[in-house]
Design a protein around this ligand. Structure first.
Ligand SMILES: [Zn+2]
Ligand SMILES: [Zn+2]
Length: 349
């Protein structure tokens, strides 16, 4: 075991504070990573505030982790000291179920082991990336390509893969029309990735306030969902709609935008059910779907794709002492487009 610095939530209602936590000893197939940057995901905030269920406090969140390998266990074959690596939303899975054996450990039937607030295989509670070091099994570590900076790589590990996976699965490509609902941390990555895949990309945002950014990220069109005309003009237009919004939407209106065999894929999740009128799925043989992060292999594919196409998220670097302010700004959608913590400031306080 080793004691490392971190920033943790002491409870659902208190701000995050500097703490020390224990990391397990480096096991046979583990790597010890010195964390350089950690992204702030909206999920971090939902988790520490207890929105998504019970939390073991103090809790260190963060599942967009990048850094370098500083120690490897004796049976590690995939990584060596000095490698540039990342860790995303999961750090283990059962490895035996049908989905794990199919290489889809993100859909582990026993539930993958989340990077924070989950019971790890040794019975301890996982603690995430707002920290100086983390110990992770080599099978759940990603290689960060040389051409992607550490700070840009961080948001790819959640926001990047969460949007890449459905775009790849539903085959965004030249000739396909993709709509991205919401242009926050996830949405802006979806625009960049869908554009790089060759699809025609439209942003559907509440207002036109981020329109210039949308075009800069590669969108071909940008429409306001507050304007009822948008839903008339774009009726029967899209093959894929990626919904990144975690507030309820009027599903029927969005299904009306899909053409034959179109899919509305949810990657943001409102806590309440979204009612779907089944008749609106019959029209145009539509799919109403969800998608959860991506497998480790697909996450590596996404990182390599982003390196090849020069895709990087828009980040705002902060120090650890700014985490609590950053949370408020995420909640008020005042971030363009992802906060990333420079972990050199963790433990400095
Ligand atoms: Zn996330
Ligand atoms: Zn499994």
């Amino acid at each position: 075991m080793s004691t490392v610095h971190a920033w943790a939530a002491p409870s659902a209602t208190e701000p995050l504070v500097p703490v020390t936590i224990e990391r397990r000893a480096v096991g046979a197939t583990d790597v010890l990573i010195a964390i350089r940057y950690a992204g702030i995901c909206h999920s971090d905030i939902h988790t520490v505030r207890g929105d998504w269920g019970p939390v073991t406090y103090p809790q260190v969140v963060g599942h967009e982790i990048v850094g370098e390998v500083v120690e490897v266990g004796p049976d590690v074959t995939k990584y060596a000291v000095g490698d540039r690596v990342g860790v995303g939303c999961m750090v283990n899975s059962c490895r035996e179920c049908d989905n794990c054996r199919a290489g889809m450990e993100n859909y582990c039937l026993k539930g993958n082991t989340q990077t924070y607030n989950a019971v790890d295989r040794d019975g301890t509670i996982t603690q995430g990336g707002y920290s100086t070091h983390v110990v992770v099994d080599q099978d759940f570590v990603l290689r960060v390509p040389e051409s992607i900076s550490y700070e840009a790589a961080a948001p790819l590990l959640c926001a990047g893969i969460t949007t890449y996976s459905p775009l790849a699965h539903w085959k965004a490509a030249p000739g396909k029309r993709v709509a991205v609902v919401g242009m926050g941390g996830l949405g802006h990555m979806a625009v960049k990735i869908a554009h790089a895949m060759g699809a025609e990309v439209t942003v559907l945002s509440q207002s036109l306030s981020k329109q210039d950014d949308g075009f800069r990220f590669g969108a071909d069109n940008y429409a306001a969902t507050s304007d009822p005309e948008t839903f008339e003009k774009l009726a029967n237009h899209f093959d894929i709609i990626v919904n990144t919004v975690s507030a309820p939407i009027d599903v029927q209106r969005y299904l009306g935008l899909l053409r034959l065999d179109g899919a509305l894929v949810n990657v943001g999740a409102p806590p309440e059910p979204l009612p779907v009128q089944v008749f609106s799925l019959f029209r145009n043989r539509l799919t109403f779907a969800g998608s959860s992060i991506g497998s480790i292999a697909e996450t590596q594919e996404m990182l390599d794709f982003c390196a090849e196409h020069g895709i990087a998220p828009e980040v705002e670097l902060i120090g650890a002492e700014q985490i609590n302010d950053a949370y408020e700004r995420v909640l008020s959608s005042d971030v363009r487009y992802r906060f990333v913590i420079d972990t050199a400031t963790i433990g400095a306080a």
